[in-house]
Design a protein around this ligand. Structure first.
Ligand code: UDP
Ligand code: MG
Length: 242
């Protein structure tokens, strides 16, 4: 894995980390980053943007490097090939140095405008996790909606946890993040495992907006694989100690 990094002058853990897995988002990445930076300014917190290029074949890495030249907050990681979103996300979490970390998608479907509310909720609630919950799913095919419904139904029956509206758009404080990192799980299902870990969580609803450009790179096969990981994982992990 390659890492491009600007020196960090902040003391460790005194700031916010935003972790973004990125695959084939070269066309609109700059606009996304500009929007993220705009909304982060309202939070009055120092931050770093941990961008993980998940082996994109397009101009994504060039765009990231270009952006990093003009923005000291960017830390860029490049995976040697496409490992999939969950792995990219894990790589980003391992490198995050903040007191809290927010994970979000790079395609604009997790609205950057929600960032100040998420941070405020974290600061005011004292919760370990702030979870952005889909008020309703975005425009998806019927098969995708039905597939998700069935998957969460099975997962609920097996685990006893409710995942309605669960998304990967969430903040974890350092305590939750360290517990996550200690699990050392390789086949991860981020949104399910963070619920399963059992930390105090507050929720904030959001609307999934349409992708800025392009289309989802998640094939039916990839979704099925993730669903299988999600279903089997909750049986294979023992417990999280804090
Ligand atoms: N992504 C990734 N690796 C992949 C596929 C996607 O890092 O192999 C990133 C992508 O750039 C985006 C996020 O994961 O930031 C969600 O991907 P996508 O929008 O394709 O998924 P969907 O919104 O359909 O769940
Ligand atoms: Mg998307």
């Amino acid at each position: 894995m390659e890492e491009s990094q600007t020196p960090n002058t902040e003391t460790e853990q005194s700031f916010l980390s935003i972790v973004v897995p990125v695959f084939r988002e070269g066309v609109q990445l700059s606009a996304f980053l500009a929007s993220v930076r705009d909304f982060l300014c309202q939070c009055n917190l120092p931050y770093e943007l941990v961008l993980v290029d998940d082996g994109s074949p397009d101009e994504t890495w060039r765009v990231i490097i270009g952006e990093a030249k003009s923005c000291q907050a960017i830390r860029a990681l490049r995976l040697s090939r496409n490992f999939g979103k969950e792995s990219a996300l894990c790589a980003g979490l391992e490198h995050a140095r903040g007191e809290a970390v927010i994970v979000m998608d790079a395609d604009g479907q997790h609205p950057p405008s929600l960032l100040p509310d998420i941070v405020r909720m974290w600061q005011n609630s004292g919760a370990d996790i702030v979870e952005a919950v889909k008020r309703k799913r975005g425009s998806e095919s019927l098969s995708s909606k039905l597939g998700a419904l069935l998957f969460y139904f099975i997962l609920n029956k097996l685990s006893g946890f409710h995942f309605k509206g669960a998304s990967d758009f969430k903040l974890m404080n350092r305590k939750a993040l360290d517990a996550w990192l200690r699990m050392h799980e390789r086949n991860v299902f981020f949104r399910g495992m963070t619920v399963w870990m059992g930390f105090t969580t507050v929720q904030i609803p959001f609307e999934v907006v349409p992708r800025s450009t392009g289309q989802s790179t998640w094939s039916v096969f990839k979704r099925l694989k993730l669903a299988l990981i999600g279903i089997t994982l909750h049986r294979s992990i023992d417990l999280v100690c804090v």
